[in-house]
Design a protein around this ligand. Structure first.
Ligand code: APR
Length: 252
């Protein structure tokens, strides 16, 4: 594994445009369960709660599950070492962009600035009647389904439901990154969900070197990945950081 870590670190050090593509796996060590796999949320909850048609037809039932998963569960999660290393890489100009499928806001809380959220963000709610946006606060969810304080319209989390389009800005940023990245770092994704899952193969087609971090193989590992760092995000990013951020003289 150390040889692979060294090879991955060398690619990252020599890259002029590096993109990190993150999935639910990067937030597992922050206490947020993934969607798939043995402890996956979809083993205990029906993904229909995130289907836009179901949400509009049964807002109260949908909101009961959404509140449990994304607000009660996720609420007090904090960034872990993997998020922090990515933020430090950005500060040192070793990372140019993060495309995340996650809605947990942990990249931003770790200090990353160039983050594009392919599936939106759970920290904002939007009124489906007057389009007023609200920052999440527990008070908004005291009564379900939550109503707009301004017009009493139905509030929806500002993340992408199944059956909804990907917002244009992150979609463009993702395809742009796939075209111009020298190195593409996939962290913690099964590669199950379109259209996000077509981004890494596109990066490979455009000549990017693909590094993947995951404790298990994914849909990318055999067909897209060049360097597979088999392990948890925190530990693998820590090993990369030991090479990428050598202690400088003034640190001693
Ligand atoms: N470190 C790194 N990867 C991990 C860790 C960890 N500690 N723990 C689990 N993983 C990996 C799993 O092996 C799996 O490959 O994270 C991945 C999680 O897969 P998914 O739950 O399918 O997450 P993701 O690929 O992001 O799902 C994509 O599906 O339900 C939708 O909108 C939702 O954005 C989500 C999308």
């Amino acid at each position: 594994m150390d040889r692979l870590i060294r090879e991955a670190a060398a690619l990252l050090q020599n890259s002029t445009f590096t993109t990190a593509f993150t999935g639910a796996g990067i937030s597992v060590e922050s206490g947020i369960p993934p969607f798939r796999g043995e402890k996956g949320l979809w083993n205990n909850y029906d993904p229909v709660c995130l289907d836009i048609g179901y949400f509009l037809a049964q807002p109260e039932k949908s909101w009961e599950v959404i509140k449990q998963i994304f607000y009660d569960f996720f609420g007090n999660a904090r960034p872990n070492q993997a998020h922090r290393v990515l933020a430090e890489m950005e500060r040192r100009n070793l990372l140019q962009r993060i495309i995340t499928q996650n809605i947990d806001n942990l990249h931003q809380e770790a200090g990353s600035k160039k983050v594009f959220e392919f599936h939106g963000n759970s920290m904002k709610l939007v009124c489906l009647a007057c389009y007023q946006e609200y920052s999440f606060s527990p008070a908004l969810l005291e009564k379900l389904p939550p109503r707009c304080p301004g017009c009493r319209g139905l509030l929806k989390p500002d993340f992408v439901f199944f059956g909804e389009p990907i917002p244009q800005e992150p979609l463009d940023a993702a395809f742009d990154a796939a075209k111009k990245s020298d190195v593409f770092l996939i962290i913690g994704s099964t590669g199950e969900v379109m259209p996000a899952s077509q981004i890494p193969p596109l990066a490979r087609q455009h000549g990017a070197k693909i590094i993947e971090i995951n404790p298990q193989e994914s849909n990318y590992t055999k067909s897209v990945t060049h360097i597979f760092l088999k392990g948890k995000a925190g530990a693998m990013m820590e090993k990369l950081a030991e090479i990428l951020f050598p202690p400088s003289l003034e640190d001693n």
